[in-house]
Design a binder for this molecule. Structure first.
Ligand SMILES: *[C@@H]1O[C@H](CO)[C@@H](O)[C@H](O)[C@H]1NC(C)=O
Ligand SMILES: *[C@@H]1O[C@H](CO)[C@@H](O)[C@H](O)[C@H]1NC(C)=O
Length: 442
């Protein structure tokens, strides 16, 4: 092989590599696992409109892989990296599945820890494969078993479906504003008090979940009563990975639910974090502060809306962003005040972020302090940032001179007074109070 061919070969190899990595970087992958008995995704004609709507959204945004629960070589990981960014688990008709090792409880947990998002869809005649059920239980979601159905004799359609409406069934949240699904046939879940879980749709006070075939309600044949039964539950881990469980395919009509799960909405981004001393605004993020310096902290936050970053403006009191300036304990905890629309990069003209600021005096205490931003609001991705700075004492030549200190004026004045008094005394002694010698002699 001559040198030129070798060069060409090497060059084209690199060209191919960079092309592959460029493609890989911006395309996200999604895996849909299904059971052909319940949803034959190969034949979209037979699949319900809700599932089709979900698949269309996936196909529009991601590279989608379809696999059945019987596919033994489902693998969520490629070495340690995630193969898929999003995972959809459609209902299964069997508890025992062939894809046991790929979808084990530990794999699913690692998947969440690795920032993967999961959408789990339940149903009355569907079971959750054991590993998936155990995984949901571990998070704190307890879906009802197979053949358990949400029933509500006070709000039901002639066909026996439960009627849903926004006021009774929707828990105020940022993900689904109003319910478009009016009739529901599906299961319900109990949830525990995991603080990262938040129910989105709940059962009405007169609803219950019971084994559908059984007439009499008894303890073994019931799962939830009243508002303890939830039809859609969200979970967001500390790393911002999201999981949603819905009790029926019908709820896939609520686009907000799966868009939230796949990080298409309610995603926040911290565009920049800057702090500086008020008198040296050009020195951004200094590591050294002096006690009692006036410090200014500025951040820019954007929200993802329809695939674009737009300014995130806080409108509600309880959604305010806060800064804590802390050393072990916060010395300052301040609400960030709105500053206005800004652009997140210097070059661009586009106002894609909203800036917030705080202006405070560094406490009179030296040590290592942290500018800490910790923003956790249900349904929004979490923001957190920590910038560590040193706060030092005054240097020797930075203390106030004695005359700058008003308290010292008394002492300075008394020192002068002593000198003046001594002078007056001497003058008095020598010239004024001369003893009249003549009189003395008499
Ligand atoms: C779906 O189609 C693919 C390719 O056309 C095929 O390999 C697969 O076995 C089909 N799956 C089912 C469940 O029919
Ligand atoms: C910060 O607060 C100090 C003291 O209240 C004030 O003098 C200064 O003008 C404020 N600076 C800004 C930029 O708001």
């Amino acid at each position: 092989m001559n040198a030129r061919v070798l060069f060409l070969a090497v060059f084209s190899f690199f060209a191919v590599c960079s092309a592959i990595s460029a493609v890989d970087l911006d395309v996200q992958h999604a895996l849909v696992v299904y059971d052909p008995k319940l949803n034959d995704l190969n034949d979209t004609e037979t699949v319900s409109t809700e599932v089709n709507q979900l698949l269309n959204n996936l196909n529009d945004n991601y590279k989608v892989t379809l696999k059945t629960y019987d596919d033994e070589d489902i693998k969520l990981f490629f070495d340690d990296a995630l193969r898929y960014d999003h995972l959809v688990l459609l209902p299964s008709s069997k508890k025992g599945i062939a894809a046991k090792s790929g979808l084990s409880q530990h794999q699913l947990l690692d998947y969440i820890n690795g920032n993967g998002n999961i959408l789990v869809v339940g149903g009355v005649s569907a079971v959750l494969p054991d590993a998936i059920r155990v995984f949901l239980n571990e998070i704190g979601i307890y879906p009802s078993p197979k053949n358990f159905k949400l029933t509500d004799h006070f709000h039901s359609t002639p066909e026996g479906k439960v009627e849903l409406d926004s006021t009774t069934n929707l828990i105020p949240n940022r993900i689904v504003k109003t319910l478009s699904v009016k009739e529901y046939e599906g299961s319900a879940a109990l949830v525990n008090n995991n603080e990262h879980i938040f129910p989105i749709i709940k059962g009405s006070p007169t609803s219950f979940t019971a084994k559908s075939a059984v007439e009499a309600i008894e303890q073994d044949a019931t799962w939830t009563f009243g508002e303890q039964g939830f039809l859609a539950v969200g979970f967001q881990a500390l790393n911002n990975a999201r999981l949603a469980w819905v009790g029926s395919e019908a709820l896939l009509a609520e686009a907000g639910l799966y868009k939230w799960t796949f990080q298409q909405q309610n995603v926040l981004k911290l565009q920049f974090v800057e702090h500086f001393k008020e008198d040296t605004p050009l020195d951004i993020n200094p590591t050294l502060y002096r006690i009692k310096d006036q410090s200014i902290y500025v951040i820019g936050v954007s929200e993802l809306v329809d695939g674009k970053w737009v300014p995130y403006e806080v409108l509600e009191e309880e959604d305010q962003l806060q800064l804590a300036f802390k050393m072990l304990d916060p010395y300052q905890r301040l609400n960030l005040l709105p500053l206005g629309f800004v652009s997140s990069t210097k070059e661009s003209e586009q106002l894609d972020a909203f800036a917030y600021f705080a202006n405070f005096t560094v406490p009179d205490h030296h040590g290592m302090f942290t500018f800490e931003l910790d923003y956790k609001r249900t349904g929004l991705s979490y923001l957190s940032d920590a910038k560590i700075v040193t706060v030092r004492h005054l240097a020797n030549d930075e203390f106030k001179r004695s005359w700058d200190i008003t308290n010292s004026w008394l002492y300075v004045a008394s020192a002068f007074l002593v000198a003046v008094a001594w002078f007056l005394f001497v003058v008095n002694y020598i010239y004024v109070s001369k003893t009249d010698l003549k009189k003395k002699n008499i």
